[in-house]
Design a protein around this ligand. Structure first.
Ligand code: GLU
Length: 400
């Protein structure tokens, strides 16, 4: 007898976390594995933020916080939205959660009924589609590809909107492609949305500060559709705070209140210490903070290095990412080839081959909705990147 619920049986394990788990297991067995799988900055959290966390313990911030987050944290996030994004979200429109993943989960749960349609341009971040499955809604994917910079057009979106569409989910800067939507592109999407007021957008902006082109653009800046946008952000990527687990939304009041109600039944609130530390992260102006600027510059240097290295591998197609810390090259020229006991027919086969033959962990493109590609996270040192690509190149060249 099956004891587990259908919703769990239908759900896949997070592929980013699965590859990271396997890489950790191999390392524990003594294998010299280089992990370019999980999207996690290798930097430590800036000192000023760590100090705020330590002080929070000494100041006895050890009791239940308010469900949506401390008032002064939500005030600081409200100011951050104004300073960095020119967005007006009042503190009561902000809900702080245990990572942007929980923020996204709650947004979907608050908005989507079973049977509703959720549009997800592919490639997408792995968890979007699984969260939609839990909500028993229907995912409607729109394919994009390397040739069109992996970006969906306003026209494509409009063609997929039906009376049952409830939500569109996307990230910019994008995980896994590193592409950015320009202000003009977002405006044309906003012009479609305004004609369909029953459609909401979950705009995932977690990579905001890792942008190599200049100013980050939020779709919520267009006032005429602001009531349709849920802006999701957090501190994991831009502030090297993955383990602190802090994400947040800025949303129309009714949606924020719904997420707050749900959160009150799920986690009560997120960790008090991490919230206090996040206040000091929110006070850092990204145009002035040396910590943020140095991390971004380091990512830029690594991006350029990685681009050069990947271009030297025959038969893979790569475009230059504009943000985040991923490459998502096309690798399908290697499909149909073999080496020893390995035959490569898809991105999963290739990722497993590279893991066991080259000892480099990557995430197969199929996890992000494009089986022709594979994802490299380059949030690690130059030395490891050089060695990882050397091993990958060697392993790929032995495929015949
Ligand atoms: N978001 C990161 C990634 O894509 C972290 C892992 C996860 O939560 O998926 O690798």
């Amino acid at each position: 007898m099956e004891i587990l619920a259908d919703r769990i049986l239908q759900m896949s394990e997070s592929e980013t976390l699965a590859m990271t788990r396997i890489a950790r297991e191999l390392k524990a067995q003594g294998k010299d594995v280089i992990s370019l799988s999980i999207g996690e900055p290798d930097f430590n959290t800036p000192e000023i933020i760590k100090e705020a966390g330590k002080k929070a313990i000494d100041d006895n911030y050890t009791h239940y916080p308010p469900v949506p987050g401390y008032a002064d944290l939500r005030e600081a996030i409200s100011k951050k939205f104004k300073r960095d994004n020119n967005l007006d979200y009042k503190p009561e429109q902000i809900v702080v959660s245990t990572g942007a993943k929980q923020s996204i989960f709650q947004t979907v749960m608050a908005l989507v009924n079973p049977g509703d349609e959720v549009i997800i341009p592919a490639p997408y971040w792995v968890s979007y589609k699984e969260i939609v499955k839990v909500a028993e809604a229907k995912t409607v994917f729109i394919e994009t590809n390397l040739e069109n910079n992996f970006k969906v057009t306003a026209k494509q979106l409009e063609e997929h909107i039906t009376p049952k569409t409830k939500l569109i989910m996307f990230s910019s800067p994008s995980n896994p492609t590193g592409m950015l939507y320009t202000k003009e592109e977002l405006k044309s999407i906003a012009d479609v949305l305004v004609k369909h007021p029953h459609v909401f957008v979950m705009a995932d902006e977690i990579y905001e500060h890792i942008n190599f082109e200049g100013k980050h653009e939020s779709i919520a800046q267009f006032d005429y559709i602001k009531e349709q946008i849920i802006t999701v952000n957090g501190v994991a990527k831009g502030f090297a705070m993955t383990g602190w687990r802090i994400g947040f939304i800025g949303a129309p009041l009714k949606i924020a209140q719904a997420c707050n109600k749900l959160q009150g039944q799920v986690t009560s609130a997120t960790c008090s210490i991490a919230q206090r530390a996040t206040i000091s992260a929110m006070e850092l102006d990204p145009t002035k903070s040396k910590d943020i600027i140095n991390m971004r510059n380091k990512f830029l240097e690594r991006r350029d290095l990685m681009y050069k290295l990947l271009k030297e591998i025959p038969d893979i197609e790569v475009i230059l990412p504009q943000g985040a810390f991923y490459f998502f090259p096309k690798v399908n020229a290697y499909y149909g080839k073999s080496y020893g006991k390995y035959t490569i027919n898809n991105s999963n086969d290739l990722a497993m081959y590279l893991l066991y033959e080259a000892n480099v962990a990557l995430v197969p493109g199929v996890a992000f909705g494009d089986d022709n590609c594979i994802r490299f996270s380059y949030a690690t040192s130059n030395e490891l990147l050089i060695e990882a690509v050397r091993r990958i190149k060697e392993a790929l060249l032995q495929l015949k």
